[in-house]
Each structure stands twice: as C-alpha cells, then as structure tokens.
Write a protein that binds this ligand. Structure first.
Ligand code: ATP
Length: 239
C-alpha cells in the first residue's frame, strides 16, 4: 500500500513561494530521508503534510485525501509529527509526557497501551530510568528520544520527524536512528525523516528525496545516493 502521496504541493509564506510543485510517494513500511540544505523547504513540506501550513495540491494518507482536513483530524487518521525543537512538556515528568502521547492513540489500540509502554521502555532504556524526572531536566539527546517516543505512543501509521539530529552528537543520532529501524519493524511504521545530516540518515533510510529550493531535485534508493555528486551539491546548497 502507498502510505503517502503528495501531488503538486505548493506553499508560500506571504508573497514568497517556498514549495514549488512537490510530488512524492512513500510506501507503507518505508523509511525515507528528506534531505536538503538549510532553507530548502523540508520543515515547510512536513508542516504542509500535517496541515500546519496551508498548501495547494493533493495529499493522500493511506488512501484518504487529507489536504482539506485540520491538523487534529489528520493526526487522528494516523499522521504523527515530531517538530524541530522537540516540543515536550518540560514541567511534566518523562512518564507523564509518554502517557499524554498514549492518550492520542486510536481507540482500537488503547488496550495495548501497557505493552506499548513496555516496548518503549525497552527501546529507550534511558527514558525508563528517568521516568520520574521532569522532562526539562533531560539532556538534548534524551529530550529528542522523549519527543519521538511520545509521538510513537500515539501509534501513528506515518511519522514525520523534523531534524532529530539537531544538537545531538553523531553517536546519539545514530542510536536514535537505529531505534527508528527497530520500531518500524515492530509496529510496521512508515517514517519520513527530514535531515541535514545526509550521511547518518542514509545509513538507516531505504530511500531518500533531496529537496532543493522547494523542488524535488533527486530521489532514489539510499544506497545509490550515498556517494552521488548531485546529492552532495544539493546537500551543500549549491545545486
Ligand atoms: P531548516 O533546516 O533551516 O529548517 P528547511 O529546509 O526546513 O530548512 P524551511 O524551514 O521549510 O526550510 O524554510 C524554507 C524557506 O521558507 C526559507 O527560505 C525560510 O526562510 C522560509 N520560511 C520558513 N518559515 C517561514 C515563515 N514562518 N515565514 C516566512 N518565511 C518562512
């Protein structure tokens, strides 16, 4: 099944057009890296997909047109979004943040909340150790894991993750990315990962889409893109 299709997606901020007719398709269970230089439009694309930014063009999530729907409705249809900068509740404990995430899950999965919390504890042992601490006391890497774990507990079908490597050491980033892979397998998740760190994200992605100035400049299997000259050019922002 195709999890996500975007057709001719255009978005603007006032008079400045940022997305210029983006087309993309993501199969169920894929991990796709969305690459591109600073300002290429990755964040805007993710926000358009989760309906936080107005756009023209068609967006279809698991067979349902979602471009006319609200962010809340799209979330209920299974689209999760971890924004850049994480957005956890710093005054609440780690466990409270996770439980809030689980509140957003579909009715038919509520009975599995306890076992899913256990899987999250196994996948992110540090969050389990820190469960009674305030989220504001976590390190950058831990806070990023909490943001991802919280979004996962809503059991999205498609998870959009914006720039998770920001401020993280490469090893921490790789650790987080490896967890994406194991959870994809456990929960048949589909993941769209916006990243400036092409090297690390290509290690876990099946496929990559490179945005350059609001257009898809290049796409293909991650293994093929790993040493593609055009990717480096686009990644460095001079494509
Ligand atoms: P970054 O990695 O810096 O987040 P990005 O690829 O995610 O880059 P966007 O954040 O989508 O890119 O930004 C694309 C363009 O839109 C940039 O030129 C940016 O300055 C502009 N832009 C982003 N948000 C707004 C806004 N709220 N108002 C006006 N312009 C914006």
């Amino acid at each position: 099944m195709t999890m996500l299709i975007a057709e001719d997606l255009c978005a603007r901020y006032g008079g400045v057009q940022v997305l210029h007719g983006v087309d993309l398709a993501i199969a169920e269970g894929e991990i796709v890296a969305l690459l591109g230089a600073n300002g290429a439009g990755k964040t805007t694309l993710l926000r358009a997909l989760s309906r936080q930014v107005a756009s023209s063009g068609a967006i279809t999530l698991a067979g349902t047109r979602i471009d006319g729907l609200s962010t809340a409705r799209v979330a209920r249809l299974g689209l999760g979004h971890v924004p850049e900068g994480r957005g956890t509740f710093t005054e609440l404990t780690v466990e409270e943040n996770l439980r809030l995430g689980a509140l957003a899950r579909p009715r038919n999965l509520r009975a599995r909340t306890t076992s899913d919390l256990e899987l999250i504890a196994e996948t992110f042992p540090v969050l389990h150790e820190m469960r009674a601490r305030q989220a504001g006391a976590l390190s950058g890497g831990q806070a990023q894991m909490l943001a991802v774990a919280r979004a996962l507990l809503a059991r999205p079908r498609l998870l959009l993750v914006d720039e998770p490597s920001l401020g993280l050491a490469p090893l921490t980033t790789l650790e987080l990315f490896n967890r994406f892979q194991s959870l994809r397998d456990a929960w048949s998740l589909t993941i769209l990962l916006a990243e400036q760190n092409a090297r690390l994200s290509l290690r876990i992605a099946d496929r990559a889409i490179v945005l350059s100035r609001g257009r898809v400049a290049l796409e293909g299997p991650a293994t093929e893109l790993q040493d593609h000259d055009a990717l480096r050019a686009a990644y460095l922002g001079d494509a």
